[in-house]
Design a protein around this ligand. Structure first.
Ligand code: TPP
Length: 640
C-alpha cells in the first residue's frame, strides 16, 4: 500500500530542506510529520507514542542545528521515527523493523545522521559528552553535541554518571530532558516527583520566565551582554532557589521547563542556547502520544508500541484464532509468581521498568507491598534483590536477557561471590525479533554459566517454567537460579495446575532414537520435536533430550548419551560461542568421550531485526534447519 507524505514533508529530503522554512511552515511540517508517523505505524506497526511526543522537538532540532555536523544522540531511540523521516529515510520508512528494512532504532551504519547506535536506555549523555569532549579537543568550537533523553531513561544510573562528569567538563553539551512523565509504564521514583514539582511550581517558573525574557531581549546585543545576563541569572538563581535545583547542583545550567509542542518557541529557545557555552540542560515538557487522541488520552502503555491499528477508530488489531492459543511465557511467569507468593510469604518481585513487558504488573496489582518497579535500573534491581536475599527473602528479579547485560558485575559481585539465593527470570531470551541487534537475548547462557554459584536453566514449555519457578522458591542455602525463556507464546493451550519439583541439573528424554542424539535447551526444543517429525517420514530417527540445565549439566545423562550415540547435535536459541553447546563439548572433551558434536545457535555475528521466525531461519535453528543438520551428520563418517 502506498502511503503518501503531506505536501511539505514530501519535499524534505534532508534537514537542509528545513532551514529556510517560515514559522507557519514549521507548524505545518510538524502536523504532516505526525500524520505520516500515524499513517505508517498504523499499517506496519512499531513504536508509536514516544515519536508522536517529540515531533515538534525533532523539527526544531533539525531546523536549528547543523546536523549531521552537529551531533544529535537520541536516548533509547524508539522516539526517533520523525528524525528518520526528516533525514532521508522518508520513502522507505514503511520498512521499519522488518527483515532487511530500516532499524527501529538509530544506527550508525544506516545513516550519517544517526550519530550513535542505541536501543538500551540512558547512554545518550555519556555518548554526547564523549563527542563534545572530542569536539573541544579538536578545536571544533562551532560544533554542537546534543543528547535527547526521556524522564524514564533519566532514572538509569548511567545517565547520572554522564551528568556527574558533564558538570565538571567545559564541553559544549546540550542535554534535552524530554519529560512526559512516562516510561513504558508510568515513570517511577523520587526524580519523577522532583520533575513534577519543578514543572508545577509557580514561583519557580515565574522567576525562570522573567530571566528567560531578559536573556532573550539582551541576546541581540551580542555575546558580552549575554555573559552579563548569564552572570545575573546565575546569581539570582543561586540566591533565590536554584541552590536546590538538582541539575544546577551538578553544575549543569538548567533551562526550562518549556512547552515541547510549540515548535516556534522551541526554535527560539534552541537558538538562544546555541550561544551558551558549556554543559547545560533544557527541560522540555511533552505529552506521549500527542496529536493522536486514542494515544494521547488513552492507555499510554498500550500505545507505546501498539502493533497495527485502525487509525480512524483507534482500534488496535488483535489476531483471532479458531483454536485456543498457548499463553505467553511472560504471563505464565506473572501468574505463577502470584500463585507461589500466595503460599510463600518470602517471595518478592522486582522489575527494572518492565512491569507490563514482564507481566510482573499482575503481582504489583495484587501485592503492591511485595512487587516493585525500580525504574530503568538493572544494576540496582540485581543488588536490591541481593540485599533482600541476605534477609531471608526469596526475590524473583525479572529482567529481559539483553538488559541483564547491564548488571553483570552485580550478578557476580553482589550475588554469586556471596553465594546468595537470588532468582533471575530472564525474559526475551534468544532472538527477540523486530527490536533487533540491541535486544536479542543472545549471550545470557554464555555469560551466566561461567559464574560460580549459578544455576542456569530454560523451560521447554509452560509447565516446565512453572515447575522451575516452583523449584527456585524452595528453600536452598545458596546459589543464584537463572530461568531464561523467550519472547512469545509457549506450546500448550493449558498448563497443569499442580507443581512438581525439578531436580536441579536433571535433563529429560523426549524420545529415543538411533545413531544421532539432538540435545536442546529451552523452548527451541519444540523445533527439534518438529524436526524429528520431518525426519521420521524419511526413515531417519534421531533421539532427542531436553537438557533443561546448561549448568549444572546432567553428567549422568550425558555419559549415557555419549555411550549410545557417537553423533550429537546441540540446539540453543543463544550464542554458539560459550553457550549450551559449548558446555556439552567441554564435558565430552574433559571426560574423554569421542563424539562428534555439531552446534546450532546464534552465530558469532550481529543478527539484525526481523520476525523471530525469519531470524531463526537465518541462524539455522528452525525445524528444517535442525532436520538438515541431522541429514548431513547421518552421511558423515566419524574420523578418529
Ligand atoms: C537498559 C534498558 N532497559 C529497559 C529498556 C526498555 N525501555 C524501552 S523505552 C523505555 C521507556 C523509556 O522512557 P523515556 O525515556 O521516558 O521515553 P518515552 O518513551 O517516555 O519517550 C524502556 C523502559 C531499554 N530500552 N533499555
Amino acid at each position: 500500500m502506498l502511503i503518501k507524505p503531506g505536501e511539505l514533508l514530501s519535499k524534505i529530503d534532508s534537514p537542509r530542506d528545513l532551514k529556510g522554512l517560515e514559522a507557519e511552515q514549521l507548524v505545518k511540517l510538524s502536523e504532516e510529520l505526525r500524520q505520516y508517523i500515524i499513517d505508517i505505524v498504523s499499517v506496519y506497526g512499531g513504536h508509536f507514542g514516544a515519536s508522536l511526543g517529540v515531533v515538534e522537538l525533532t523539527v526544531a532540532l533539525h531546523h536549528v542545528f547543523n546536523t549531521p555536523y552537529d551531533q544529535l544522540v537520541w536516548d533509547v531511540g524508539h522516539q526517533a521515527y520523525g528524525h528518520k523521516i526528516l533525514t532521508g529515510r522518508r520513502d522507505n520508512f514503511h520498512t521499519i523493523r522488518s527483515y532487511k528494512g530500516l532499524s527501529g532504532f538509530p544506527k550508525r551504519a544506516e545513516s550519517e545522521y544517526d550519530s550513535f547506535g542505541v536501543g538500551h536506555s540512558s547512554t545518550s549523555i555519556s555518548a554526547a559528552l564523549g563527542m563534545a569532549m572530542a569536539s573541544s579537543y579538536k578545536n571544533e568550537e562551532d560544533r554542537h553535541n546534543i543528547a535527547v533523553i526521556g524522564d524514564g531513561a533519566m532514572t538509569g544510573g548511567l545517565a547520572f554518571e554522564g551528568m556527574n562528569h558533564a558538570g565538571v567538563s567545559k564541553s559544549n553539551l546540550l542535554i534535552i530532558l524530554n519529560d512526559n512523565c512516562m516510561s513504558i509504564d508510568p515513570n517511577v521514583g523520587a526524580l519523577k516527583d522532583y520533575l513534577t514539582d519543578i514543572t508545577t511550581s509557580h514561583t519557580y517558573n515565574k522567576v525562570k520566565d522573567d530571566i528567560w525574557q531578559l536573556l532573550g531581549k539582551l541576546s541581540s546585543f551580542g555575546t558580552s551582554a549575554r555573559d552579563i545576563v548569564s552572570k545575573i541569572e546565575h546569581g539570582i538563581k543561586s540566591f533565590l532557589l536554584d541552590s536546590s535545583n538538582y541539575f544546577e547542583s551538578l553544575n549543569l545550567r538548567y533551562f526550562g521547563p518549556v512547552d515541547g509542542h510549540d515548535v516556534n518557541h522551541l526554535v527560539h529557545v534552541l537558538n538562544d542556547l546555541k550561544d551558551i557555552k558549556g554543559p547545560k540542560l533544557l527541560h522540555v515538557i511533552t505529552t506521549k502520544g500527542k496529536g493522536y487522541a486514542p494515544a494521547e488520552n488513552g492507555n499510554k502503555t498500550k500505545w507505546h508500541a501498539p502493533g497495527t491499528f485502525d487509525k480512524v477508530t483507534g482500534e488496535i488489531h488483535t489476531k483471532t484464532y479458531d483454536q485456543p492459543q498457548p499463553p505467553k511465557y511472560q504471563d505464565v511467569f506473572g501468574n505463577t509468581l502470584v500463585e507461589l507468593a500466595e503460599k510463600n510469604d518470602k517471595i518478592m518481585g522486582i522489575t527494572p521498568a518492565m512491569p507490563s513487558g514482564s507481566s510482573l504488573n499482575i503481582m504489583m496489582e495484587k501485592m503492591p507491598e511485595r512487587a516493585f518497579d525500580v525504574g530503568i535500573a538493572e544494576q540496582h534491581a540485581v543488588t536490591v534483590s541481593a540485599g533482600m536475599a541476605t534477609q531471608g527473602l526469596v526475590p524473583f528479579c525479572n529482567i529481559y536477557s539483553s538488559f541483564m547485560q547491564r548488571a553483570y558485575d552485580q550478578v557476580i559481585h553482589d550475588v554469586c561471590i556471596q553465594d546468595l539465593p537470588v532468582n533471575f527470570c530472564l525474559d526475551r531470551a534468544g532472538i527477540a525479533g523486530e527490536d533487533g541487534a540491541t535486544h536479542h537475548g543472545a549471550y545470557d547462557v554464555a555469560y551466566m554459566r561461567c559464574i560460580p554459584n549459578m544455576i542456569v536453566s530454560a523451560p521447554m514449555n509452560e509447565s516446565e517454567l512453572r515447575n522451575l519457578m516452583y523449584t527456585a522458591q524452595l528453600p536452598r542455602s545458596g546459589k543464584a537460579f537463572t530461568i531464561r525463556y523467550p519472547r512469545g507464546q509457549g506450546v500448550m493451550p493449558q498448563w497443569k495446575t499442580d507443581f512438581e519439583e525439578i531436580e536441579i541439573g536433571k535433563g529429560r528424554l523426549i524420545k529415543e532414537g538411533d545413531e544421532i542424539a539432538i540435545l536442546t535447551l529451552g523452548h527451541i526444543g519444540n523445533d527439534a520435536v518438529k524436526a524429528c517429525e520431518i525426519l521420521r517420514k524419511e526413515g531417519i530417527n534421531p533421539a532427542h533430550y531436553d537438557m533443561r540445565f546448561a549448568k549444572p549439566l546432567d553428567t549422568e545423562l550425558l555419559q549415557r548419551i555419549a555411550r549410545t550415540y557417537k553423533k550429537i547435535i546441540t540446539v540453543e536459541d543463544g550464542c554458539i560461542q560459550g553457550g549450551f553447546g559449548s558446555a556439552i563439548l567441554e564435558f565430552f572433551a574433559d571426560h574423554n568421550y569421542f563424539v562428534q558434536v555439531v552446534r546450532l545457535g546464534i552465530p558469532d555475528d550481529i543478527i539484525e531485526h526481523g520476525k523471530q521466525a525469519e531470524l531463526h531461519e537465518e541462524c539455522n535453528f528452525h525445524p528444517e534447519g535442525i532436520a538438515d543438520a541431522v541429514r548431513k551428520l547421518t552421511s558423515v563418517t566419524f574420523e578418529k
